[in-house]
Design a protein around this ligand. Sequence first.
Ligand code: ADP
Length: 415
Amino acid sequence: MSDFPLWIAIVIGILAAIVAAMLARDAVQLRRLIRWARMPIGTPVPDAAGRWGDAFAALHKRARVAAEQRGQLHEALERFRQATQAMPDGVVILGSQLAIEWANDQAEQLLGIDNSRDAGAPVINIVREPQFVAYLQGGDYAAPRLLRSVRTSGQSLQVRAVPFGQGRLMLLVRDVTQLERLETMRRDFVANVSHELKTPLTVVSGFVDTLVDGWEDLSTDEAKHMLTLAGEQAARMRHLIEDLLTLSALETDAPPQEEPVSMAAVLADVREEATVLSAGRHEIVLIDRGPPGLLGNPRELRSAFGNLASNAVRYTPAGGRIELLWQREGSGDAVFAVTDTGIGVEPQHIARLTERFYRVDRGRSRETGGTGLGLAIVKHVLERHGGRLHIESRPGEGSRFAAHLPARRVMAALG
Ligand code: ADP
């Protein structure tokens, strides 16, 4: 012991105490660090002095940068969601195995997906329509696919899968029901026009063939009779083409320049036309107690009112009565109403009468020179003038076709 001086023992004791104190302090700070690391992300880094202070400060800086990056990422994601949400089309983000990651509102509605319920589920488990499943599983996404009646009967959806990232797909869904309907209408229209022209053309070429092949054997009267019938068919085709051109102009032209229309002149023309067509078979009465003028297009109004009057003549058997009435309603609107005692229309047809080529009795319409376009023209003319057609009818008793024109078009006096 004499070799080991007391002062050395004291120094060692002091050093041991200092080291123990340092270790204890480090243990405390380490515990604080571990506790912090277990706290939720974003919890402030603990404070300390000295080396631990430097370490905590460095950690604090990293945590702040990470928080900022997270914030920016969150904002970018939010912006992406908002942009996708604002799109008129449905958008579904699919991960591996076609699992739904996210769908915008439109996609939820069009495909029946519910983000909160279906996230993570394969989309083909939610939308089980075979064509949809085949498209997604087929892997050929070069062209979009048209799907009919997926959720709602009669609805058509156009679906397109766009691959992106690693094995991910963005599914774009668009409601094309209206477009499909227009395309069907266009096809029907072309088919109808072709059919309407084909029938008279077949008759005319039949007569021409007969005349060419057998003109030596035909009497003058026979030949004349055939030429008369061929002429009637040619007139029918001309009438059809005129109506088609009128309708096409009404559909495509800008609204016509408005001008004051003298109703007395229009009504007189319409009555005259109906009288000629009737050839004395009907009693035709004109009651004019409406305003003298109307702001609109005289040619279009005359054509619309003329169509209503000629229909009344064509669909009223001989001996019937036809009343043409022009008057102002209590609401201020002006009305041109044609009432007949004719064959009338069954209620189920009424809503469709203004469709192009819609006829209750095709044969009767043709016999009387109809094209099936008259009421479509009337409807368009009235729409262009802000008006509407009102139809009331009883089969076997008669009909009332009333063209309503808005009060703002009425002219109490013609300048
Ligand atoms: P159409 O050239 O066949 O007369 P329209 O478009 O003018 O074509 O009329 C469509 C159909 O509406 C007619 O085919 C006919 O069945 C019915 N219709 C129109 N006006 C009358 C009427 N006054 N009385 C009975 N039926 C009518």
